[in-house]
Write a protein that binds this ligand. Sequence first.
Ligand SMILES: Nc1nc2c(ncn2[C@@H]2O[C@H](COP(=O)(O)OP(=O)(O)OP(=O)(O)O)[C@@H](O)[C@H]2O)c(=O)[nH]1
Ligand SMILES: [Mg+2]
Length: 366
Amino acid sequence: MNKFAVFSGFLGAGKTTTMMALTQYYSAHYGKAAMISNDLGTGVTLADHKLAQLSGCRASQITGECICFCHDVLTTRLAEYYAQGCELVLSDIPGFGVGALEHVYHGLAENYPGQFDLAPFTVLIEPRNAALLQAGRADEMGVILDAQLREADLIVLNKCDLLDQDTCGGALAWLRQHYPQASVLAVSAKTGEGLDALSLALREGQASLQHPDIDYEAEDLQGAMGRLSEYYLQYRAIVCCNNFDGNAYLRDLAQAIQYAAGEGGFEFPHLKLLAWGPEGDFAKADILGVNRPVEMPRCFENPCVDLAVILNTSAVCPDEALDRLLGEAVKQVSDRYQLELTIFKKDHFGLGEENDEGESDEKADS
Ligand SMILES: Nc1nc2c(ncn2[C@@H]2O[C@H](COP(=O)(O)OP(=O)(O)OP(=O)(O)O)[C@@H](O)[C@H]2O)c(=O)[nH]1
Ligand SMILES: [Mg+2]
């Protein structure tokens, strides 16, 4: 079995966390599984990929290009995993993921007939966005969420640990009614609930290779994408004071960024801050919107004196303003903690046509 599944879904829906949990669950109960983190930054280590590695997952990354447009890289990587005995390989998709059904699934089916066993095209949604969509209050994001869900063969309502049974049942029923082409199930990547059902759905199910009636060139869809900017930063921080608290540093930095974003009228659907020490201890902070509390899904267990840090985000903010905002926040908070910084890599660019000048700054290997 050479199964391949794309995990699409909105920023912060939990694609990476679910791919990590599923890769481990599937490998323990069914057969070898692996995951690929895919994003647009060039020559960088992705926070998502490093997180998967630090968590012990069989994982790799494809950077600098969406898997929609680099089938040679994708199929070579898949072939390597299958040669190693993997039965299931998962990959996410950069940005909003809309269009991946056409570009990845139909592309593979047409250009590599019979070579890949395509699992149901999987779209994750988190309860908050499902509720906004259900209430008709998702605004511009609603267009994106709706297009994502219409591409799905399998809709996964993730983070069901945050819902009581009735609310979860109501959200599942609404999704089933509005997206009848898809199977719908609930999981919690955090607690492991639903991972067996998801494993079986991918193992036994097949992609429908449907052609949903979506206007991919629609102004609202393209407009939303065009307002996004991507930012990738990798640095090393050497600790100078004795009582350094790495968890407090990450939380303060995330909150400083969140505050500055709010002041500037920008939105950060997802910003990831991952830090790790030489012994493999690691911590992560997430911004999932300027008005939501900063999440710390993982904290350092031990004191640290030497940190590697990756900051990645897709933000609704012009490229230059984003570079300034993040540069200032990193400097100010790091100075407050008396950290000596060495920037290794930086890549940032806007996704809109008028905003795609970007800058790549590669100073040394990570
Ligand atoms: N409570 C809860 N939180 C979760 C769950 N899955 C993911 N999260 C949290 O949601 C946040 C976003 O998760 P990610 O897996 O990084 O989301 P993503 O879809 O990969 O995000 P992008 O890479 O930005 O597209 C993180 O803080 C996770 O810890 C879950 O099942 N329950
Ligand atoms: Mg991710």
